[in-house]
Write a protein that binds this ligand. Structure first.
Ligand SMILES: [Zn+2]
Length: 256
């Protein structure tokens, strides 16, 4: 298979997978089955016909409204599908065919779902964080970063965040970081290794601070506002997976 075909096929697969990620984002926090019932309008409960399940296009054709009850359908649905499609195409182009591509795609899908669930519900489901950590560690035996770096990443990542969470709790007497964040950092460490998990934590902290300060300055938040740290971790982990290696090399360069 030529590279162009791999990228095109991966992109199309990403659109379809994105549609499944929407189901995960909507149903996982509600403890609903991911398989049954089939996709339906969340307002009038009518089962969707096959063409209403076509990623992105269906939403565009229906102009973001249910065909029968005319309830608005969130633009987040086609955006998740589009983003996942672009992510799949980009990863295929970046990694080429192989197990690393599979590993990074699985990881990317988990991050997309965690990004939205934490943003909306302030939770990070164990089925993804703990389950994903196990999958990431197993995959590290046959893909980068290798099992030693993966093990170090999941231990160091979760330990640092657990210590930060404990310190925060003692100092401020409120829970700023939850165990969900700690488990999510273990997941990121398992997939990316110890160097990139540290980069992820640094980038997520900077992002969180910038957004927090921005919200306070614009009068939309105060010091007690709890930001979804998992959402920032998801963005930071994607950045680390895509652009982290040169940054780590550049940083190590200072110590040579
Ligand atoms: Zn409807």
């Amino acid at each position: 298979m030529t590279m162009q075909w791999l990228v095109a096929f991966s992109g199309l697969l990403g659109l379809v997978v994105g549609s499944f990620l929407n189901v995960c984002i909507y149903r996982l926090p509600l403890d609903q089955s991911l398989v049954f019932p089939a996709s339906h309008c969340t307002n009038c409960n009518r089962k969707l016909s096959w063409f209403e399940n076509v990623p992105v296009l269906a939403w565009v054709v229906l102009r973001g409204r249910c065909r029968t009850c005319h309830a608005g359908i969130s633009a987040v649905y086609p955006l998740v599908e589009l983003f996942t499609g672009v992510m799949f195409a980009w990863a295929a182009w970046q990694y080429g065919p192989g197990l690393l591509l599979v590993s990074r795609l699985l990881f990317g899908c988990m991050l997309v779902v965690l990004f939205f669930i934490d943003l909306r519900h302030r939770i990070l489901p164990n089925v993804i964080t703990v389950g994903g950590t196990i999958v990431g560690f197993i995959l590290s035996f046959v893909t980068p970063p290798g099992w030693v770096s993966s093990l170090l990443g999941l231990v160091i990542g979760s330990l640092i965040l657990w210590l930060l969470a404990e310190a925060y709790l003692r100092l401020r007497k409120i829970e700023g970081l939850g165990m969900g964040d700690v488990k999510m950092l273990a997941l990121i460490g398992a997939f990316l290794g110890w160097q990139l998990v540290l980069l992820t934590l640094a980038v997520a902290s900077i992002l969180g601070s910038l957004v927090g300060v921005g919200l306070i300055l614009t009068g939309r938040g105060n010091m007690k506002l709890a930001l979804p740290f998992g959402t920032f971790l998801a963005v930071a982990a994607m950045f680390a997976a895509a652009a982290g290696d040169p940054i780590v090399q550049w940083y190590i360069g200072f110590y040579r």
